[in-house]
Design a binder for this molecule. Structure first.
Ligand SMILES: NC(=O)c1ccc[n+]([C@@H]2O[C@H](COP(=O)([O-])OP(=O)(O)OC[C@H]3O[C@@H](n4cnc5c(N)ncnc54)[C@H](OP(=O)(O)O)[C@@H]3O)[C@@H](O)[C@H]2O)c1
Length: 440
């Protein structure tokens, strides 16, 4: 058997501690599968004295991740701290510069600096693996980076944030408000104390930016993503969507269009008889549409110590099985130097169906006025209905729900802006995009 693969781990939190436990408990099986032992020889975290429920006696402790990356006797540097900058970025760069292989679960780092890091890795002949950075345990990076080679991908989309999906699922199933569901997600440890990153869509955007690059061979463009979180989704939207045969999910969608690449993260209505609409709670799902294979949908655990550590371990095992100096797969699927410049498709040219919810004063002529505004912008309506509000009085505001056939975002914005000038409108119109999976 070859020499053991020596692994240094920076970060012993939820994922890092699970990884240490799994590698230690399955040492024999891993040695057989990989053809060599996997040995943790160095670790670091912020607090050396914290009880993490793992045995790290006999493993060299380093006071900082930068020191571990620069000095430890290791073959692989595993970064499980998080953060786009600071110690995570500095230590990953240092490890790659040293020619060490790197495994990370850090989507924020890759979204910000993935191309630069891929270039260093490729120059140094090092491997940089990051399966856990997108959709936790679901092997979507491997699918895009390796299995779909030769396919032309047209769209990749998915539910990639368990906290948002948990909140939307609870709202629908139990009729609870957004605020109540968020509190419950925090109580159960799904949402951070500061949940903004999840519920405003930034976390999904980081993951989408990585998938876009793998799918379309273009440079990572995390700042070019149209972003809308779920904080404005009300129980009324969820009920109206349900009555119309849809469910609301926070989707990240990357799509190739004639004018460039569309990257968008927003609440989305999906037909309720599709598989992705049935993905509930903290589960993630990623769909890939491509020309040779057709449609692929992967559903599974998107977070959690063990699920994420499973993906990290798969990445480490790939390194253990590779021959020295072998770079079988470019870091981002395409060699970093050959990635195309990112060409953004304008959101205004996005085409699709839309759901619009309006609260209006109960006056004659309102229906006709709304229909006219739509017609003026060449928007054809699939349905327009007034929803009863049983608890309200006869002259209280009414809710009107429109569902459009495929149209452009520009037309919708013009029509909604026109309606906003009407005196019968009460409050802000709600607009939710509709996405139709090709299969499933
Ligand atoms: N948790 C998940 O389900 C999940 C899923 C997918 C991807 N990820 C990604 O995996 C990474 C780790 O997530 P996590 O949930 O395991 O985080 P976590 O529980 O907060 O753990 C972070 C670890 O990093 C250590 N750390 C932080 N800053 C450090 C520094 N400056 N120097 C040394 N150590 C430092 C912490 O040390 P102390 O313990 O001493 O404070 C802790 O052990 C992140 O990039 C995250 O986005 C997580």
């Amino acid at each position: 058997m070859s020499d053991a693969l020596k692994v240094g781990i920076a970060g012993l939190g939820t994922v890092g501690a699970s990884l240490v436990r799994i590698i230690q408990n399955r040492a024999n099986e891993l040695a057989v599968t990989c053809g060599r032992a996997i040995e943790i020889t160095a670790v670091t975290a912020r607090d050396r004295n914290r009880d993490r429920g793992i045995d790290i006696s006999g493993i060299a402790w380093f006071d900082t991740p930068e020191k571990l990356a620069a000095e430890a006797d290791i073959d692989v540097f595993v970064e499980l701290m998080g953060g786009a900058n600071g110690p995570a970025a500095d230590s990953v760069r240092a490890a790659l510069e040293r020619g060490l292989h790197v495994v990370t679960a850090n989507k924020a780092l890759l979204a910000a600096s993935g191309v630069e890091l891929a270039k260093i890795a490729e120059e140094k002949g090092a491997l940089l693996n990051f399966e856990a950075a997108v959709a936790g345990g679901i092997p979507v990076i491997k699918a895009l980076r390796e299995s779909l080679t030769g396919n032309t991908v047209s769209r990749v989309y998915g539910i990639m944030n368990g906290t948002c999906n948990y909140i939307l699922t609870r709202m629908e199933k139990e009729g609870l408000s957004f605020a109540d569901c968020l509190r419950e997600a925090q109580r159960l440890g799904y949402a951070e104390a500061d949940p903004a990153f999840d519920i405003e869509g930034n976390d999904t955007a980081h993951k989408l930016a990585i998938l876009t690059t793998l799918a379309f061979g273009s440079e990572i463009a995390a700042d070019e993503i149209y972003l809308e979180g779920i904080t404005n989704i009300s129980i009324e939207d969820i009920r109206a969507a349900s009555d119309l045969g849809y469910r609301i999910k926070l989707l990240g969608v990357a799509q190739k269009t004639e004018s460039g690449i569309e990257q968008r993260v927003h609440p989305t209505m999906v037909p309720h008889d599709t598989v992705i609409a049935q993905v509930d709670g903290v589960t993630n799902a990623v769909a890939i549409e491509s020309d040779i294979l057709g449609e692929l949908l992967m559903v599974g655990p998107g977070a959690g110590g063990n699920a994420t550590a499973s993906a990290v371990l798969g990445d480490i095992a790939d390194i253990a099985k590779s021959r020295p100096g072998e770079q079988r797969v470019p870091v981002l699927g395409t060699p970093a130097a050959s990635l195309a410049p990112y060409k953004r498709a304008r959101m205004r040219s996005h085409e699709g169906g839309y759901f619009i919810r309006l609260t209006v004063a109960d006056r004659t002529g309102v229906f006709a006025s709304i229909a006219t505004r739509m017609a003026e912008n060449a928007i054809s309506l699939e349905s327009i209905v007034q929803r009863a509000t049983p608890e309200a009085g006869d002259d209280s505001p009414k809710t009107i729900i429109l569902v459009t056939h495929a149209t452009t975002e520009a037309s919708i914005r013009k029509a909604v802006d026109a309606i906003k000038t009407e005196s019968y409108l009460v409050g802000e119109p709600q607009v939710i995009r509709i996405e139709r999976p090709k299969a499933f």
